[in-house]
Design a protein around this ligand. Structure first.
Ligand code: BG6
Length: 514
């Protein structure tokens, strides 16, 4: 498969609305690594109007000028694309406001600054507030904004709030956070962000499924044997031990990013591409996943924690030796789940999900394994077992799609070999460097919430994840650490599939050849 030259149907066909983006947590990593570079990229690609400005908010008192200079130094040290005249143009639109997030004065000061910035940049009263802070202060910030009247929409001026993950740590805390947000915001104003939904291949899933006539007819229990979704990371917890030790992989990756991938794979075709139509279908899938009882959790899930090992030829410490991690921590850094979807399309088709830190290499992919041919026609040629066809959707680091088929090796005898029909995103030519946040920020600025989690999706996802976390908490793992850094996870994860006479697709085997 290669890219041909049809006219691209581009969603970026207009500039974002005039607005100010206020970033709470302006001193943090997310702002410097992703948000400011993404906004800069949007501006450099002419997707932001001239009527646009950014206000960073953090605790420390700084002038606009010092904030601009410091931010420029830090952002440029992290990303080469943020150098040159386009950054100078962008940095001239950067402002700063400071204060403790718990104090009313912080929001009064911000309100006064927004009036000034709006006057200077003609931003039409539209504001996005981005909560790039620890989740513990989400509710406090939103309450402060509400009290200062900053969330009120009137005379066609919109106010939107982007909330970072994690959204709660279980069903009850997510419900409580939703309740706090809804005291001052309507659901339409809330954009719960998931950066996985900004990835190209993830967005391509909808196009692949619903833009190709040949795919949908076989995308169901009659033809699909099972689905595997893997999000493997080679990194450990880096400098985030404090956060991660209270989270673990189910809260950090599975409840949000991976359930969203699953929803895109399994959803029914939406009636239109309108945000609510797409999100309605996604939530139906999540609601169709049967929450597990305690015993089912033990049977259908595997958890793991990495010990010391070798990654990329370098010796790395075990999870319990990482900084800010409890020396006897029971937090899982790996999980594998077998989920059942109780709906017409997917009844009895297992969905296997796995994710972990410090695995063999960074690789995320979705494997659709089809049923074998009904008849072993080639048995006479000594070929009893024909491997199944697989569709492999590579999410990262290489983006592309492989369809694995069987073909005859040339020669007088019948001999079969697996061949790949491959499409690589690189075939579209070099793409401008992106952080993955561009699309999501732009969508929020034009009021398109398709790629954001809706309240009921968050609830449905926690309804699946919470019983797993509770069952694990009741029976602390006795064998941690149970996989070596650099391996593919605990042996029990292989057994989970072996019990069903299946096995995980090893990522190297499917993507290295491109
Ligand atoms: C974040 C998690 O949401 O996603 C991190 O908090 C994880 O722990 C990261 O490393 C992975 O994102 P990506 O885009 O690098 O796959």
């Amino acid at each position: 498969m290669t890219a041909t030259d049809e006219k691209p149907a581009c969603a970026f066909d207009r500039k974002a609305d005039p607005c100010i983006i206020v970033i709470f947590g302006a001193a943090g990593d997310l702002n410097k690594r992703k948000l400011l570079p993404a906004l800069h990229n949007l501006r450099a690609n002419r997707l932001l109007p001239d009527e646009f400005a950014v206000v960073g908010v953090a605790r420390r008192e700084l002038s606009h000028q010092v904030f601009r200079e410091q931010t420029t130094r830090e952002v440029q040290a992290l990303s080469a694309t943020t150098r040159g005249p386009s950054w100078i143009d962008f940095a001239a639109r950067l402002y700063y406001s400071y204060g403790d997030f718990g104090e009313g004065a912080t929001y009064e000061r911000l309100a006064a600054q927004l009036i000034e910035v709006e006057k200077r940049h003609h931003t039409a009263g539209n504001v996005v507030f981005y909560l790039a802070t620890p989740p513990t202060v989400f509710a406090e910030i939103v309450a402060g904004l509400g009290r200062a009247g900053l969330l009120t929409e009137r005379d066609g001026k919109w106010r939107r709030v982007i909330v970072e993950k994690p959204f709660g740590r279980d069903l009850a805390s997510a419900e409580a956070l939703n309740y706090e947000l809804h005291k001052v915001l309507s659901e339409k104003q809330i954009y719960r962000i998931d950066h996985y939904l900004g990835k190209e291949t993830v967005q391509n899933l909808l196009v692949f499924r619903f833009g190709n006539g040949v795919v949908e007819p076989i995308w169901n229990r009659r033809y699909v044997d099972h689905v595997q979704i893997t999000v493997a990371e080679d990194l450990g917890v880096e400098r985030r031990g404090g956060y991660y030790d209270k989270a673990g992989v189910v809260r950090d990756m599975i409840q949000n990013h991976m359930f969203q991938l699953l929803a895109l794979v399994a959803m029914e075709p939406p009636s239109t591409l309108a945000a609510e139509a797409v999100r309605n279908e996604k939530v139906k899938v999540l609601e169709a996943i049967r929450p597990m009882s305690g015993d089912e959790v033990i049977r259908n899930t595997v958890r793991g924690q990495y010990g010391a090992g070798m990654v990329g030829g370098k010796a790395v410490p075990g999870y319990r030796e990482e900084s800010d991690v409890a020396p006897a921590s029971n937090t899982e850094t790996y999980a594998a789940l077998e989920l059942s979807l109780e709906n017409w399309r997917w009844a009895k088709v297992p969905f296997y999900l796995r994710s972990g830190k410090r695995l063999g290499r960074r690789d995320s992919e979705i494997v659709i394994q089809f049923r074998r041919p009904p008849l072993a026609l080639f048995r006479q040629a000594g070929i009893d077992q024909i491997g199944a066809n697989r569709l492999v959707i590579h999410v990262q680091p290489d983006e592309g799609i492989d369809l694995q088929m069987k073909a005859k090796i040339p020669g007088p005898r019948i001999q079969l070999r697996t061949v790949k029909l491959s499409f690589n995103y690189a075939d579209f030519g070099e793409q401008p460097e992106a952080t993955g946040y561009e699309r999501l920020l732009y969508d929020c600025m034009i009021g398109d919430s398709t790629l954001f989690h809706r309240e009921d999706m968050v609830r449905a996802a926690w309804q699946i994840a919470t019983p797993i976390l509770e069952a694990w908490a009741e029976r602390p793992a006795a064998d941690f650490p149970n996989y070596a850094a650099g391996s593919w996870g605990p042996a029990a994860a292989d057994e989970l599939l072996a019990c069903d006479r299946r096995s995980w697709v090893v990522p190297e085997a499917v993507s290295k050849k491109r």
